[in-house]
Write a protein of this length. Sequence first.
Length: 442
Amino acid sequence: MRIGFFDTGKIINLFKKDFLRTIIFFFYLVSGGTKALLFLYGIHVPGDITLLLGIVLCMIMGLHMMESYKNDSSLFLDFLNMSQKISIALFMVFTFWLLMTLVYTYSSSYGFWKAILWLTVFIAFYYPFVIRVNPKLLFTLLFVFSLVATLIYISKLDASISGADPGELDSGNFVASFYLLIGYLWGIVYLSLLYRKEFFWEGLLFEKHYMHIFALLIALFLLFTTAARGPLVFCVLLTCPLVAYWFYKRLIRGFEAWHVVMLFIGGAGVVVLVSIIALSLSGGDFDPQGGVLSRTLFRLSLLFSDDKGASVGARIGYIEKSIKFISDKYILGYGIGSFTVVTTGVDERGYPHNIILEVWFELGMVGLIVFVCFLLSCAFAIKNASLYGMIIFLYLMLNALKSSSLTDLRIMFGVLAVVTLYGGMNLTHSDKTEVISADKGG
């Protein structure tokens, strides 16, 4: 079939390739981080990478649906269970209500732009259900990207601290945002390695016990170096269920040599954590400008001091402002993008760093009810699939309750969609097995 000069058949065949569709989706999710890395090396990308890739993903979905209609194939919805269909339906209803609030939003400029940005999040959630990405390739790419980004981040941060290369880091904007992204990604990678290593390509790193342990330690250590307190604390908390279950099994079946090694490593980690707490309580001081590890220790020590740091104080202020103003417009809210213009009088980007408060403030109780129902439907769909899915769901939600705006959650909703689809699927055979099973829907 041809449309003008374009042979849609050839284009569709090109994008039927599993690896290409997944790679495009991956770079769409991390487009903000990719642009930041390029910017560090003086490469300024014209235009908006996210919007450009979003258009490409829409084209892929459109061509896929055209081909399905042409061949009288079943649409993707026919291959989803009821919980997944309900999740998609509620997500669409939530998006519809978000766009409807443009009618009465207090924001005359930023609100419209935020609605456009939300559509990029909508694509991130919707795309995996229509196209069915390769989860092994996606999570392996997350591992590789996180590794490369962390090494660059560490080198640039150390150079900035030493004064050898002030560059863009002097303003603090890069460190203030990028370390959170890297820490967030490492949290996803670490928990996936811990609970569902089948989400990564076998034979790459994780087939043998010792290589799996090595990859886990690398992920946890590099997460530690980012100084992202939230992802680190959440990962530690969400590791506890597996540790408890592991001890229970070992007490019944006995310990092997590599179990002793794991106990030693885990014990060493506990000693380090206790030491940090003890130093903090006794007045010990860490230098935030002393290097990567010192910066992490400094930020962790703030959790056990009277002064929790500027970021915690700012978040408490956002919560107080949100609660104060929500009471006046708690049913319909102030409209999309209205948080800053209502709380400060300036019509610009701003958010309360809590996804529930943000939805309630801007979209009202109506939007909040739909959003909570959507989250519950996702949780129910994931619960039926695997423990891993629930762990990742909790990790994503805990992070969304402490930072980021609705429009920053492409990774959250993209990963949520993939985990909802593949969380309980058997991926332990060959890569072809999962590709075939995924492509039965198109």
